[in-house]
Design a binder for this molecule. Structure first.
Ligand SMILES: Nc1nc2c(ncn2[C@@H]2O[C@H](COP(=O)(O)OP(=O)(O)OP(=O)(O)O)[C@@H](O)[C@H]2O)c(=O)[nH]1
Ligand SMILES: [Mg+2]
Length: 176
């Protein structure tokens, strides 16, 4: 396991972090939120490489990482689209970290997350570390139990809540 990660790290001088998740989970909003210059951690430097990939300066790692948006996953993808869909997601195999964005305000978020987990597996990216990002925490009733887990972080890409914690967790994961 450790050797796999070391190999991966050697491969990517600039670590690659990919946002994955069910459609409408908020992946693009998370990417935009992380790129906002007014977010709490200063010294962050973003450069747009193309519409979906950005460079993010991680001060504690003293290096830049690449952050990529991807197409949303759905259940029951039409058969004729599966291959094209998989081809666009091939790069996921080369990522150092996957951010699995989950819309916790969706009544069926657990099922959506399971669909995404299955696709990650089918795409051969299941050896890549995954950090669960429970998004839209602003949109759920306060009394609802949040899916607390060491493996995940609860955020609101809309309000910025939890984003500093998310950055800390990304740093931690990439340090391994
Ligand atoms: N309330 C709330 N809404 C959010 C949050 N993040 C995203 N949204 C909304 O959710 C919707 C979908 O957001 P996107 O960022 O487009 O989601 P996506 O995962 O990129 O969607 P696809 O690219 O279509 O798969 C938009 O209307 C966003 O404004 C959040 O933290 N809270
Ligand atoms: Mg999107």
């Amino acid at each position: 396991m450790r050797s796999t990660q070391r190999r991966r790290r050697e491969k990517n001088a600039m670590p690659m972090v990919a946002l994955v998740g069910y459609t409408n989970a908020g992946k693009s909003t998370v990417l935009n939120r992380l790129s906002r210059s007014d977010s709490p951690a200063n010294d962050r430097l973003f450069d747009t490489l193309d519409t979906t990939t950005r460079r993010l300066w991680m001060p504690e790692l003293r290096k830049e990482v690449l952050l990529s948006d991807t197409v949303g996953f759905i259940r029951k993808l039409p058969t004729h689209l599966i291959e094209a869909f998989k081809a666009t997601l091939e790069e996921l195999q080369y990522a150092d970290l996957l951010l699995h964005v989950i819309d916790v305000s969706a009544p069926d978020w657990e099922e959506q997350a399971a669909v995404t987990d299955t696709l990650i597996h089918e795409l051969g990216a299941d050896v890549t570390p995954v950090l669960r990002v429970y998004n839209k925490c602003d949109a759920i009733p306060v009394l609802m139990e949040l899916p607390h887990s060491r493996a995940g972080v609860c955020i609101s890409a809309r309000t910025g809540e939890g984003v500093a914690e998310l950055l800390a967790r990304i740093t931690e994961e990439l340090r391994r």
